[in-house]
Design a protein around this ligand. Structure first.
Ligand code: NAD
Length: 339
């Protein structure tokens, strides 16, 4: 089957090509992200493959369907960028990779937390200049600190478990579906509001839905403990970024580590080192000494990329062969609501 692979980076090409040896699809790699302008590149393709910042709204899906596309395979877990209702109405099947390596993301979350808290990027920048002074690099032990994990699905559960059993943190959590295995190791479930008031460190692991957009807004930032840290490796729009800048300017937060950013589409995954960036909020965030930003790389391990490629291509092979699609998303009440 001919597949237009949008936003294809070197690592996508490598792992999809290796995995495709067992599937035999005709993969057309396209550098550009999927949007209303590039959607026409799907001509003659029965399938497309897309990633987190590709646009699969009603406008793009209509163009894809007009080109004969019958299936869009997301090579990611999150699907907040897809209008599932429009896809269902147009008859385009949407699949995703619900689990590829929660370890990749949970380990990166812990790495970000430690790097932020122990000021490792600042220390490394100094040492490279032969500055071995330690002033300004004082951190805190993780041991016995209270960490709030919002969303204890596959990734959040691993983060909670590692912090509880590995570092001896007090872990509180918030999730509409509490995990008894976490409760058994002493994780206490509380409401999001209670969590934000009690936690010294907050790590976000819930999906982005209309209900969770700006879950962390100005009011909730103000309610957080003074000096609290926030780590977000889930989706940028869980946090109101402008309110975050204000909370940092007010010296209310201790620090923030972000692998995802609300307006990352069009910025992340590209080398813009020679460009002038128009996004003033991101640029302001980058000026704080207590902010650490990475470009949506928590998933980026060899194990995860191999698993993503295999699951994505298996969905396409199953579709071509008329077999049931294990990881199909369907809409009930509109964008982001699946059964
Ligand atoms: P998952 O579906 O296994 O778990 C999500 C959990 O969030 C579920 O337990 C759900 O009940 C809970 N939840 C839903 N709404 C909530 C709310 N309002 N408050 C608290 N909890 C809520 O998902 P996962 O595999 O653990 O992934 C979590 C998120 O991580 C994904 O949605 C995705 O956006 C993000 N992610 C990021 C990267 C990256 O590279 N940075 C990679 C993979 C996934």
């Amino acid at each position: 089957m001919r597949v237009a692979v949008f936003g294809a980076r070197s690592y996508d090409r490598l792992f999809l090509t290796v995995s495709n040896a067992g599937h035999g699809h005709d993969l057309r790699f396209i550098d550009a992200p999927l949007d209303p302008l590039t959607a026409s590149l799907s001509r003659d393709c029965r399938a497309i493959c897309a990633f987190v910042n590709d646009r699969l709204d009603g406008e793009v899906l209509t163009i894809l369907r007009g080109n004969g596309v019958e299936i869009a395979a997301l090579r990611c877990a999150g699907y907040n960028n897809v209008d599932l209702k429009a896809a269902d109405q147009l008859g385009i099947a949407i699949t995703r990779v619900p689990a590829y390596s929660p370890h990749a993301v949970s380990e990166f979350t812990i790495a970000l937390l430690l790097a932020l808290d122990r000021k490792i990027p600042r220390a490394w920048a100094r040492v490279r200049e032969n500055n071995y002074a330690l002033d300004g690099l004082v951190g805190r032990n993780l041991h016995r600190r209270t960490v709030g994990v919002v969303g204890t699905g596959q990734i959040g559960a691993l983060v909670a478990r590692t912090l509880r059993l590995g570092f001896g943190c007090e872990v509180i959590a918030s999730d509409p579906a509490p995990d008894p295995a976490l409760e058994a190791i002493g994780v206490e479930y509380v409401s999001v509001d209670a969590l934000l008031k009690r936690a010294e460190i907050v790590s976000l692991h819930c999906p982005l839905t209309p209900e969770t957009r700006h879950l962390i807004d100005a009011q909730r930032l103000a309610d957080m403990k003074p000096g609290a840290l926030i780590v977000n490796t889930s989706r940028g729009a869980l946090i109101d970024s402008k309110a975050l800048v204000d909370a940092l300017k007010a010296r209310h937060l201790g620090g923030v580590a972000l692998d995802v950013y609300e307006q990352e589409a069009g910025i992340f995954f590209d080398d813009l080192s020679n460009e002038i960036i128009d996004d003033d909020v991101l640029q302001r965030l980058l000026t704080f000494p207590n902010v650490l930003v990475t470009g949506h790389q928590a998933f980026l391990t060899e194990e995860a990329l191999a698993a993503i490629a295999e699951t994505t291509l298996t969905s396409l092979s199953d579709f071509e062969a008329g077999r049931p699609l294990l990881h199909r998303l369907r809409a009930t009440n509109g964008m982001g609501d699946v059964r």
